[in-house]
Design a protein around this ligand. Sequence first.
Ligand SMILES: [Cu+2]
Length: 430
Amino acid sequence: MLTRRNLLSLMGIGGAAAVAGAAPAIAQATPPRPAGGYLPVRTLNGWTLPWRMRDGAKEFHLVAEEIEHEFAPGSRATCWGYNGSTPGPTIEAVEGDRVRILVTNRLGEPTTVHWHGIDLPNGMDGVGGLNQPHIQPGETYVYEFTLRQHGTHMYHPHADEMTQMAMGMMGLFIIHPKAGEAVPVQRDYALLLHNWALHPGTSRPDPSVMQDFDLWTFNSKVYPAIDPLVMRTGERLRIRVGNLSMWNHPIHLHSNPFWVTGSDGGRWPPSQWRREVTEIVGVGQMRDIEFVATAAGDWAFHCHMAHHTMGPMGHEIPNMIGVDQGEVEQRIRKLLPGYMAMGRHGMSEHAGHQAMGMMKGPANTLPMMTGEGPFGPIDMGGMFTVLKVRDDQAPGNYRDPGWYRHPQGTVARRVSSDPDYGSPPRRPAI
Ligand SMILES: [Cu+2]
């Protein structure tokens, strides 16, 4: 059967062949490059929208529609997105391209698409009511403009924006520089940050929530369903991060510092690059970070807001740290068999109980923290994944190599189980 998506991918193959002769000269990178002359972006857990060449323009077709989405096994929801996914497919083109983007509205309310950060004629900017009539349910509109810049950009509705974005409508729009890049990267990942109020036991995001979200996602996925970033030692990696959530996110990469090299404004001149270990990606912003891997291993990559690496949890709960609940637990058990007093020594036991099947949350609700690593529970659950650097990862191979095998003697190890071990200096009591 020829579905819409099949048809689009067929069109994409034809389109790439049509421009093969026009490929711009570009610095050589390790993996083979497509006919377009650029290293394609890899949208983590996502996909790139095929296009076809028609009347001198690269023609794309977006469909705004309701979709079924899985955040991670155990948590599904009816969301809104484009062409069957949230985020919508990544649009990828080259500076100087003429692009034509058809937008079909299969929602029950009007929509538009705003091309966030792109230099275009005012009537193509997509603010419903201000720049164009709204796209009514069932209608298809066409946007057409020439790309006069390069960089990492986004697209999202500008009509009932609060609801449509809260339901998952957003995507990446990557424009590659026409002249190539003087410092090439060998892998180019892209992701969008988002937050969701998918209340425990429900199956549709709640757009009215402003701060207290249940799910924090990279490309609408929650750890451990977020794919790892994979690379080979010595390669240069770029990670493009866009934020269309309701919070700023300090994005942090373990291992040595990265360079912040670009934004919506394209790749900055090297004199403007700066070394960081954490970069705040503000709401509505994009940041590109680059990194040359020098040390093999499994390196954490995550938002540094501690609650943003957690799954659903109540926030109006009493603080039980340091509280002996022994007797209370027995009393409550008379009323609620199986009740467990928790939290006296912290929240970490939660992950253990979850792993042992001792706790069962509401339907369609992920645990607060989860993920099993080679050494035990990882205690994460939101904006978290792993950068896997390997000495023998073949160029262009994105397959998950499994957990890192540490050389002998290079893992932190236990030297004592006695709390009074050694004689560590302590500040004297005042
Ligand atoms: Cu965050």
